[in-house]
Design a protein around this ligand. Structure first.
Ligand code: ZN
Length: 274
């Protein structure tokens, strides 16, 4: 575990957030590279990346990811974690394409099926096995994203079958409408079955963002902030930028005696491919 340090992830864009919700949402590769640089300066160690096509719609096209990652790499050493959740309705093959073609250091691996507002995210166990096998083949470290308690147990099946291995990193996505609300009791339920030595990030969607950050600090987890999860700085006040949210997360961590971890700390802790 990272003694005295805390990892901050910036989820800068997401699949669902729009410029209408926050005009500072980064959409183009250039905007994402600038955001990555600013987020790193503010204390983020990981950038969680979704990309958009020319019309601003979410895409899993590896070419679009490639260009964004190249521009990000030219600006900062931040760890890039790409999504394989994609957007609602993408096929598993579309979602996996950038992992197989680009072999990023990290990617998200959704660990089950869940309501997502009025939509739903589908991940059967066979699909999860397919994802885990490709991640392993391409040496991409998974963030095991759990939206529901059953997802934690589904990931344990992958572990038992040898499809994933330590060091493990979980991402708990709480407060998605139709799924599990954020509360300390719910967070504890997700933590109880984790294998010893696992690292975890808790992301509180919308108004749960700030309470989730305090919970991570208090409970030894990692933080995720950014416009994918929440576009507000405070009630009714839009965040000026993703970096503004990272800056506050870093400030909270420092007040609690923790140092924001560096990208190289993450690379060492999660044994990312060199
Ligand atoms: Zn995402």
């Amino acid at each position: 575990m990272l003694e005295g340090k805390i990892v901050i992830t910036c989820a800068c864009t997401g699949a669902e957030t729009t410029k209408a919700q926050n005009p500072a949402l980064p959409i183009t590769a250039e905007e994402m590279a600038q955001t990555a640089y600013e987020a790193r300066q503010a204390g983020a160690a990981i950038l969680h990346l979704h990309v958009r096509d020319a019309a601003g719609k979410p895409t899993q096209d590896p070419k679009v990811f490639k260009r964004a990652i190249e521009l990000i790499r030219a600006r900062t050493d931040i760890v890039v974690e790409i999504t394989t959740g994609g957007a609602v309705g993408d096929t598993p093959e579309e979602r996996l394409a950038p992992v197989m073609e680009l072999e990023p250091e990290m990617a998200s691996l959704d660990c089950g099926t869940v309501n997502f507002g009025n939509d739903y995210i589908v991940n059967t166990l066979p699909v999860m096995r397919q994802f885990a096998a490709e991640f392993r083949a391409h040496k991409v470290r998974a963030t095991l994203e759990c939206f529901d308690l059953g997802h934690v147990y589904s990931s344990a099946i992958l572990l038992k079958e040898g499809l994933i291995e330590a060091p493990l990193h979980y991402g708990f996505v709480l407060n998605v409408p139709g799924a599990v609300p954020f509360s300390l009791a719910n967070l504890e339920a997700f933590l109880a079955p984790l294998p010893a030595g696992s690292n975890w990030t808790v992301m509180g969607i919308g108004r749960a963002s700030l309470p989730a950050q305090y919970a991570a600090i208090a409970r030894g987890g990692w933080i995720r902030v950014g416009f994918e999860d929440n576009v507000y700085y405070s009630k009714g006040v839009l965040a000026k930028s993703n970096a503004e949210l990272v800056e506050r997360a870093a400030r909270l961590a420092k007040e609690a005696g923790l140092t924001p971890a560096s990208p190289d700390d993450v690379r060492k802790e999660l044994k990312l491919r060199a």
